[in-house]
Structure formats: structure tokens, C-alpha cells
Design a protein around this ligand. Sequence first.
Ligand code: PLP
Length: 427
Amino acid sequence: MDIDTLRQKDSRTLWHPYSSTINAPPVFPVESANGVYIKLADGRELIDGMASWWCAIHGYNHPALNAAIESQLSRMAHVMFGGLTHAPAIRLAEQLVDVTPAPLQKVFFSDSGSVAVEVALKMAIQYWAARGRPDKQKMLSLRQAYHGDTLGAMAVCDPLTGMHTLFRQVLTSHYFADAPRTRFKGEWQDDDIRSLQILLEQHHAEIAALILEPIVQGAGGMWFYSAEYLRAARALCDKYEVLLIADEIATGFGRSGKLFACEHADISPDIMCVGKALTGGYLTLAATLTSNEVSDSIADEGRGVFMHGPTFMANPLACSVALASMDLLLAYDWQQKVEFIEAELLRGLDACRGMSKVVDVRVLGAIAVVELDKPVDMYSMPAEFVSRGVWLRPFGKLVYVMPPFIIKADELKKLCDAICSVVEETV
Ligand SMILES: *Cc1c(COP(=O)(O)O)cnc(C)c1O
């Protein structure tokens, strides 16, 4: 099928993420993907700057990841997790407990990041109910937060970008503190935590948990904030008896320069969500981890069961490829690789800094953001990037990069050059 036919058929029947079915910007049919390259149906090869939304940390079509799936496939693709268990789930849970902060000892698998967030919110509520505090049912979140697209997760996303007005009858209203303003490694201002502190002071009796994305606010603004903020938030949660949920779905597995972004502040959450890069971008899988204190408290109360159980919980194919992905990651000096990417991105995007339409350029680990003074044109800009041989998908005023960790210096340069020239010439 030629590209125009694929596009026509696509637009006749498909919805894409956050898209309209009428006059949508063109989509690019993909034929295959290998390493850091995405091959389009017309034969063009693009350097992938998105890692398929934080996921494909080892690149595409990786022999070790392929082999893990193939070998598991010959045993079983799936069995229910109610009443049954299997080695891939057990080994992956042990591995996750090993690499995450020490207090996190129990693992609940689910099928996507949004569901992992729903699970975390329910855990927090059940924990306080079990501790005789059934009134603690509200959440505290941050402006500019993004935690997923299901209704429970949307309710803790930024009220504006989370479209709380449109869905007001079905979204629970929670508390929102101002977004952290102090930059990562910026000079800490005590009043940055005031808004959070005031909300906790006034409403802690009804708040079950503070949920936040540690250090990197992702889809809600791509903002990197001070580790001091995270430390102060942890201390306030302890003081006011509120659980801390760290949503590491975007940041987990090295992206920010630490294996988990919480490590920048040297804190442990009470509940942690991981997803995205967990399977190296191969299959959909997420996990919610918590402490024995939380899990055992829930178990002590009444019927003592945690009220969640997805059909595809702990899918063996997904668990196997996640294990293989973690093995790959831990087997090489990923931290040095991420530092190298950070340095190359800083250098490569420096040319953007002086441009009149560029408001800010920020880089942390293997993430770089060029913030513009107005929203980009989603009809023309992705096509401009494609014509320069790179794959980038900006949103709003943000052109951002988070490449697979295997990317090389010349490929990073090509990505950065494309950004600088597209921003200069076409915005
Ligand atoms: C992507 C993301 C989610 C939602 O994950 P899905 O797999 O898309 O449901 C939640 N939180 C953060 C921080 C994310 O980046």
C-alpha cells in the first residue's frame, strides 16, 4: 500500500492520541524500526528523538529483548494472575524491589501508567481507612502535573491541561499546590514550598496522599525542579501524616540521570509508580510499589484485601521483556551514557538560546526542552523535522527530546541541528 492510501485509510477509521478525526495533521506510516532509527513506509529513515514517549531506552528491535519475548512465548503468552503465579513476575518484582528505594517492598503489576496511578490512589485511601482514618480520601497534587488519562488519574492532573471543567461531573475535586518554581540545581527559595505547606496545614485531616512527579514534571510542562522541593515535600508529608506517591512513570530507569528521580533528593516515597521504560518500550506494563507498612496495614483491616485486579495483571511476556530490559540497563554504565547525552544536548542546543522566539532551553539527563514563546504549528513542524531526517513531536510551546540511551554523538548532533534550524527558520 502506498503512503497516501495508508493515510486515507488511517484517517477514515482511526483516532490518534489527542487528535481530531477531521483535518488532523498528517501521520507518518512506519514500516519498521531498528536501533535509534524509525523507517517510514516510503523508505526514509528517521533518528528517533522521542524513544516512543520515554519508553524505548535501548532502541528498537533489540536482539536481547526480542529473544526474551520469543523464549517466553514458547512457554506461555499469558495466564491469569488470580490464584496463579509465574517466575517472570516473581523475578521482576524482586528486581524492582532491589533497585528502588529500600522501604518499597511490595509490587502490584498493572497494564499501563494511568492504571498504576489509579492503584496508587486506591492504596493510599485503603491504607488510611485501615488505620481508622476513613476521612482521608482527598489527594494533594501540583499544578502542571501529569499523571495519566483515566478519570482518577485525570483528577490529579493540572486542572487546566487536565480539562477539569469539561469533565467536572465525573472528576473528584482534589487540592492543588502551586508548581515548584526553583529550577533543578537553582538557588532554593523557601517560599517555593509555601503553597504546599499551607494546603497540608489546613487540610491534612482529609488528605490521603501527596502525588507528584519527582524532579521532572513531564507532559504538563516539561519542567525540572529543585531537589530541595522534593525533600521539603517529603518532610511535610511526614509531619502531617500524608503518604507520598512518587509517579516515576516518565523518570524511571535512568532518564533523569539517576535510576529513579527520587534519588536526586535522596528520599523514599511511600508508594511509587513505574511504567513506560519498564519494558524497554516493548509491551505495556506498569507497577505500583509500596512499603510493608502500607501493604500490611491494608491486610490487617476487615476483609484485608486490596481492591484491584486487572485481567492482564503481570502478563508473562511483558514481565520477561521487562526483566531483559533491566538486565541490559544494569549491565552497562548507563549513567555515564546519560551524562554523555546530557552534555551533547547542552552543547547541541546552545545555538537556540539566543533566538528571539526561544524563552528557555533546559536539559536534565537524557531530556532536553526548547521552550518557545508561542505554540508550535502541529501541521507543519513534525513534517519539517521528518524532512531533516529526525523524529520529534513537539507539544504546545515545547520542542523536546528524550532519545534512546544508545544514541551516538553524530546522531545527537543531527537531532540538535534539526531543532535549531527548524526553530530558527519556521517558527
Ligand atoms: C505517561 C505517564 C503516565 C500515564 O501512563 P500511560 O501508560 O500513558 O497510562 C502517568 N504519569 C506520568 C508521569 C507519565 O509520564
